[in-house]
Design a protein around this ligand. Structure first.
Ligand SMILES: [Zn+2]
Length: 189
């Protein structure tokens, strides 16, 4: 079938032109050389209506090149897709949560622990200050207060170290839950 078409002087050139057109199109898309595409198509048309016969090896060469090109593009796209979905654990996006009347933000360190815990005001998003409110009390307490808008978080029993520990426990717990859900999802696939 292809051989019969190839032996036809017009069809063989149409096939060759389509293949060359694909190369040119990709080239122009990559390099933005649209005038090249137009001149290539015009040249191809003149070539099709001429009556020079093409050798079969030329067709095979084009076909092989086309196959190679598609394979290269396909594997490149596949690699990009893989990189994009490369086992990014879902908890890496988990960097904010409400605790003690404030919104805490943090980053994940290289050994997968939250770092740079930052309390932010629920009303104006400013960084809140930790106030020691234990002046007349036996046990230490503190409170997060926004100096920008005056918003106050709930009073927390314990020191700043206690506060950070309580938050880290919650974050770590949630992180493990997210991780479990992720593993489950992966096994389901
Ligand atoms: Zn505020």
């Amino acid at each position: 079938m292809i051989k019969a078409l190839w032996n036809d002087p017009v069809w063989s050139k149409v096939i060759a032109t389509v293949l060359i057109g694909v190369f040119t199109l990709i080239g122009t898309l990559l390099l933005g050389l649209w005038p090249l595409l137009i001149s290539a198509l015009l040249g191809a048309w003149n070539w099709i209506i001429s009556d020079i016969k093409l050798p079969l090896w030329f067709f095979m060469l084009l076909l092989g090149a086309a196959g190679f090109l598609f394979l290269a593009i396909f594997s490149n796209a596949l690699e990009n897709y893989r990189l994009k979905h490369k086992d990014t654990p879902p908890w890496k996006d988990y960097t904010s949560e409400h605790f003690f009347g404030a919104r805490f933000e943090w980053q994940w360190s290289h050994n997968n622990t939250p770092k740079n815990l930052l309390p932010l005001c629920l009303q104006c998003d400013a960084i809140m200050t930790k106030y020691d409110t234990s002046a007349y009390m036996v046990s230490p307490t503190l409170q997060l207060i926004c100096e920008n808008c005056g918003y106050k978080g709930v009073e927390i029993e314990g020191t700043e170290t206690d506060l950070n520990r309580k938050i880290l426990i919650q974050v770590e717990l949630r992180m493990r839950q997210l991780n479990k859900g992720h593993q489950h999802h992966k096994e389901g696939n």
